[in-house]
Write a protein that binds this ligand. Structure first.
Ligand SMILES: NC(=O)c1ccc[n+]([C@@H]2O[C@H](COP(=O)([O-])OP(=O)(O)OC[C@H]3O[C@@H](n4cnc5c(N)ncnc54)[C@H](O)[C@@H]3O)[C@@H](O)[C@H]2O)c1
Length: 256
């Protein structure tokens, strides 16, 4: 029960990694603002937490809108009375054409959702996190795409940008009691991958640990970094990727 008495805001919590994270942090005693652009999904996850005896409510929020982020986080702080942890999960990638055909709007949109969205949430949450500190924390979900040269141009650039954003914030706000850390997941079985998982286990075999990840693998790492167990850890980029960056990545790059 590492989060007993703590108030936690999770973006992108309606599905996948964000949902698993909200469930995990609630199971460890946290009160969760389950935030997502998909309002019904956020409400459903909050209801699931409440049904199992936890504390949560759903909030609809598009991280590409400053007004929506400011209003949703202010409302959550009001309802929860404080804010101890922010988890930035909202994000995603979608197909892009060959380089010469990529319109500015598509590039900008990917940066907006995956990088600027995190900045917006941190900007809105920071005063409450400082007020609740020391011991407050922000955990952001990056990607191995931000660490190696493969994947979409804008998505990878956004995820790489999260690392230096995290380090800057960690360096500047550590003395005010707030820690900032990044997690870089490998392939995780979410709705994006289940539709592509008809490869007879080819992708799983590229991972030294012999499988792709589950959302719960990432949720466990978020719980550690957000908790007092990590109270002397800040500014790191933690790979949670079944060893793919140690062995197997070359094959993955060649596969495209
Ligand atoms: N699944 C993977 O293999 C993988 C690997 C590395 C990193 N990631 C990252 O993990 C995070 C979660 O992805 P997932 O795989 O769970 O996918 P997902 O699509 O299941 O979850 C993403 C969530 O973000 C929400 N979202 C999307 N745009 C939003 C916006 N503008 N405002 C608010 N919410 C928004 C979606 O509604 C959804 O609930 C993403 O940042 C993704 O880039 C995923």
């Amino acid at each position: 029960m590492r989060f007993e008495g703590q108030a936690i805001y999770v973006t992108g919590a309606g599905h996948g990694i964000g949902r698993a994270t909200a469930l995990r942090l609630a199971a460890e005693g946290g009160s969760i603002a389950v935030s997502d652009i998909d309002g019904p999904a956020a409400e459903a996850v909050a209801a699931e937490i409440v049904a199992s005896g936890g504390r949560a409510f759903g909030t609809t929020c598009d991280v590409t809108s400053r007004d929506a982020v400011d209003a949703s986080i202010a409302d959550a702080v009001g309802r929860l009375g404080q804010l101890n942890v922010l988890v930035n999960t909202a994000g995603g990638d979608w197909n892009e054409p060959a380089l010469g055909e990529i319109p500015d709007e598509l590039f900008d949109r990917k940066i907006d959702v995956n990088l600027t969205g995190v900045f917006r949430c941190v900007r809105a949450a920071l005063p409450a996190l400082i007020a609740a500190g020391p011991g407050s924390s922000v955990v952001t979900i990056g990607s191995i795409n931000g660490n190696w040269a493969f994947g979409g141009y804008a998505y990878s650039a956004a995820k790489a940008g999260l690392e230096i954003l995290t380090k800057n914030l960690a360096a500047r706000y550590g003395s005010q009691g707030v820690r900032f850390n990044l997690i870089s997941p490998g392939t995780i079985r979410t709705r994006n991958w289940t539709v592509r998982e008809d490869d007879g286990g080819k992708r799983a075999r590229k991972y030294p640990l012999g499988r792709i990840g589950e959302p719960e693998d990432i949720a466990a790492a978020v719980a550690f970094l957000a908790s007092a167990d990590a109270s002397w850890i800040t500014g790191i980029n933690l790979p949670v990727e079944g060893g793919i960056m140690t062995g197997g990545l070359h094959d993955l790059i060649m596969e495209g």
